[in-house]
Design a protein around this ligand. Sequence first.
Ligand SMILES: Nc1ncnc2c1ncn2[C@@H]1O[C@H](COP(=O)(O)OP(=O)(O)OP(=O)(O)O)[C@@H](O)[C@H]1O
Ligand SMILES: [Mg+2]
Length: 356
Amino acid sequence: MGDGVEESTFYGSQPCALGALAIKSRIAMETIDIAGQKGNLRVMSEQPQYAIEIDHLTKVYPATAKSPIKAALQDVSLKIPRGSIYGLLGPNGAGKSTLINTLAGLSVKSAGEVKIWGRDIHEDVKNAKSAIGIVPQEINYDPFFTPAKLLDIQAGLYGVPKAERRTRELLEMVGLTAQADAYTRSLSGGMKRRLMVAKAMVHSPPILVLDEPTAGVDVELRQQLWDNVKALNKNGVTVLLTTHYLQEAEELCDRIAIINHGKIVVDDDTRTLLSRMEAKEIHFHLDRNIVDLPDALRRYNPEQQGRRTLVIRYAPTEHSAGEIIAAVQGAGYGIADLSTQESNLEDLFLHFTKGK
Ligand SMILES: Nc1ncnc2c1ncn2[C@@H]1O[C@H](COP(=O)(O)OP(=O)(O)OP(=O)(O)O)[C@@H](O)[C@H]1O
Ligand SMILES: [Mg+2]
């Protein structure tokens, strides 16, 4: 073998529990039929540092009669650590789906390199594809198949032997056991989306990519999907997701990249990002009109709003709320009321994308 690639099935490190369900962590990808190529796959047993490596990726959609040339991705470089949940945020049209579609092989890159589980997506298509499961933004399914049939067919496409198919397990994982034999067209939108997650997992890939997994999904189902994603991640699956819900990114993701107009503008771990935005605000409603502010208060750059309201923004690492309250009182004002605000991911997102 020599290159660390084995000709056998890859086994994950440990068995796990997924809710009440014990899911085998076996990563079955020894056979696959992508682009009509059947046969035993040389399967990866290595554990790369990065599940996905994107290097200077550019995608230009050529001009058509109806639309001008569009650089949807411009020199994008990202490294998705194995085992992480990675969030890709960005406004509409930023290039998120283009990036996901490139990983899926649905969109052909114009320049740059992409490696999935250490395998170049063009040089080693089969191994790269077998390592990734993708839930596209647009739900695609055959309405006349049942969920069970759909998963079975998908597993067949990936060459998963009948005995190793996990159709029922996967349906249970996404809470569709009761719908296993119903027509897929009769499922609700949220159910179809969950079915797409199960479909992406039929070949037990070590990487799951979700393009807007919870768009249009109600609060309860969203929570269920988050639980599924967390459980899969706990079991060693690396997750890359795009989302518009900043709360989703904050709750789920270890790392976050923000993309705007096809360029990565931020890429950092979630905590660091949030601490970078360490701005707090105190709104003071004073007991009398503001007439003059002493230097001791001016040093905090207060902003006067109306006759009696003073807003002070500060970095909590530099100042404390108590110190600022004392300064206001020290200036001779009584505090009739006060409220505080903290910056969050939404501020960060707006900071990096608004008007740019
Ligand atoms: N097939 C295509 N042909 C031409 N232009 C395209 C094509 N697909 C996408 N684009 C353009 O590329 C840019 C990025 O689109 P993309 O779908 O990747 O954005 P997105 O970040 O996924 O947006 P959303 O949040 O709305 O899903 C947009 O300007 C879009 O109009
Ligand atoms: Mg999209």
